[in-house]
Design a protein around this ligand. Sequence first.
Ligand SMILES: [Zn+2]
Length: 148
Amino acid sequence: MSEPLLDIAEVAERAGVTPSALRFYERRALISPAGRRGLRRTYRADVLERLTFIACAQNAGFTIAEIARFLVSTPDDSQIRTRMAEKARELEENIQRLNRMRASLEHASTCMHELLVECPAFRAALARPRTGDSALADLPATDAESAA
Ligand SMILES: [Zn+2]
């Protein structure tokens, strides 16, 4: 007996995406329907795993075109592996930047100085050359750390 097919509304509901997103993924060759039931597309159940993979890759910042290539890649597709490694480095840089922002906000929220502009750590951050991040993003997490 063949496995039961899901229609487009069931897949959309279970995957948490809209039917129009499914049709878009189909046009971009990310998924393909098993057939039709009347006018509605039907899919094999394993499309749900594929949609989870697509969502994860989109969250990691990959484009639809890149994801389409991942889905057909083999272990010796070095271009794709290189792209994934680049993305991992980008994520690491973002993590570092967010950690600095968190430290700055922790400092600003607990700063012992009456006015933040009187805080030596804040003044030092303002005096440093700007590098794209705000000066606030370079405060130590606490006044105690800046005194140390
Ligand atoms: Zn302070």
